[in-house]
Write a protein that binds this ligand. Structure first.
Ligand code: PLP
Length: 377
């Protein structure tokens, strides 16, 4: 059995979530948009329950939750949807960071090619951007600041609370990609000030292909987003198309379970991290990313002198790990996140990411990893 240590890429579906989804597929197959019969009413009730579950995870109003296909779509809707309005109103400046997920960086590159002025604040060697470096770039015409909550490759938590608090009294909108923290850093997210927040189901043992964009109101007004697709009035006219009831119900159930288990998740994951760090002491290594402000469920580590591709090949039959974000691991370019941290080539080419859930609190045995590192040296 290959030990799965790639939870930041995706997580195994929670059995209770699967049961919930099967029940919907089997018994609740109406279209949530059908108003003329009980099948539609039941489907709509399941969708609204899930909306309440997601909203209460974040402490927001349920009308602020827009279901999408995942964090990639949410990021695109946030950035491109707001940019359409910004362009018309002469607000063409956007501030972000170079360590964002490609689901943010690529829409930003597109906007830049269309005439937006996109500025990326630098990150330090610890993988953290400084709030002051972001805020110093905000100008009168800054439409949007987009900063992720925790980085998916290093787990480093970014200073979104300071940034959100400072932007609250300005007319600049704040988008947070919380794909790696939704349902995990529960109290932190409830206290956060933001206008737009992206989340995903499959990072919290929910199904793949479902997520949400949270669109917060300031007073009674929500940010002036324009939809990216047209064709129906669903999801507040922001995301037309038949709502996938079973996926939405799965996301709602996963969110509720994640909240109930959040304290246990945090302490169990931290215990695993301590165990991982102890086991790695047997071989020369560098931890990539500041350990002080990082998620308890992952570790990015380099073994200088070893090629990460060769290491992963050696581990193939025993450990499932990654050397970049899942979406880009098909090509072997060094991670843009580690590059932005200005790590030297030896660290860049030998970095792997281990990420886990709260299951095995004794910590996974890293003997295969330690043995492979020793053999490859
Ligand atoms: N943003 C971050 C920070 C992520 O880690 C991911 C997934 O790896 C995404 C966005 C994309 O999420 P999804 O797979 O739901 O589209």
């Amino acid at each position: 059995m290959v030990l799965y240590l790639d939870y930041n890429a995706t997580t195994p579906l929670h059995p209770a979530v699967l049961d919930q989804m099967i029940a919907v597929y089997r018994d609740n197959y109406g279209n949530a948009g059908s108003r003329t019969h009980v099948y539609g009413e039941r489907a709509s009730a399941a969708v609204e329950l899930a909306r309440t579950q997601v909203a209460s995870t974040l402490g927001v109003d349920k009308s602020e939750v827009i279901f999408t296909s995942g964090a990639t779509e949410s990021d695109n809707l946030a950035l491109l949807g707001l940019a359409a309005w910004g362009w018309e109103h002469g607000r063409r400046h956007i501030v972000s960071t170079p360590i964002e997920h490609k689901a943010v960086l690529e829409p930003l590159a597109y906007l830049s090619s269309k005439g937006f002025d996109v500025e990326l604040a630098p990150v330090g060697v610890g993988g953290r951007v400084r709030a002051e470096d972001v805020l110093a770039r905000v100008r009168r015409d800054t439409l949007l600041v987009s900063v992720m909550h925790a980085n998916n490759e290093t787990g480093v938590v970014q200073p979104v609370h300071e940034i959100g608090a400072a932007l609250k009294s300005t007319n600049t909108y704040f988008h947070v990609d919380a794909a790696q923290t939704f349902g995990k850093l529960v109290p932190e997210l409830r206290k956060l000030d933001y206008d737009l927040l992206s989340l995903s189901g499959h990072k919290i043992r929910g199904p793949q292909g479902i997520g949400a964009l949270v669109v917060r109101k300031r007073g009674y007004q929500r940010p002036p987003l324009q939809p990216l697709t047209y064709g129906g009035g669903q999801e507040g006219r922001l995301r037309p198309g038949t709502v996938p009831v079973a996926l939405v119900a799965g996301l709602g159930a996963a969110a509720e379970i994640a909240v109930a288990e959040a304290n246990h998740w945090r302490s169990a994951c931290q215990a695993i991290k301590d165990s991982v760090l102890r086991q790695l002491e047997q071989v020369e290594h560098y931890v990539n990313g500041d350990l002080v402000s990082s998620m308890p469920n992952c570790l990015n580590v380099s073994f200088p002198g070893i090629d990460s591709e060769a290491l992963m090949l050696a581990l193939r039959g025993e450990l499932a790990v990654s050397n970049g974000s899942a979406c880009t691991s098909a090509d072997y370019r060094p991670s843009h996140v580690l590059e932005a941290m200005k790590l030297d080539d030896r660290r860049l080419s030998s970095a792997i990411r281990l990420s886990w859930g709260s299951g095995d609190t004794d910590g996974p045995s890293l003997t295969p990893l330690v043995t492979a590192v020793m053999a490859l040296r």
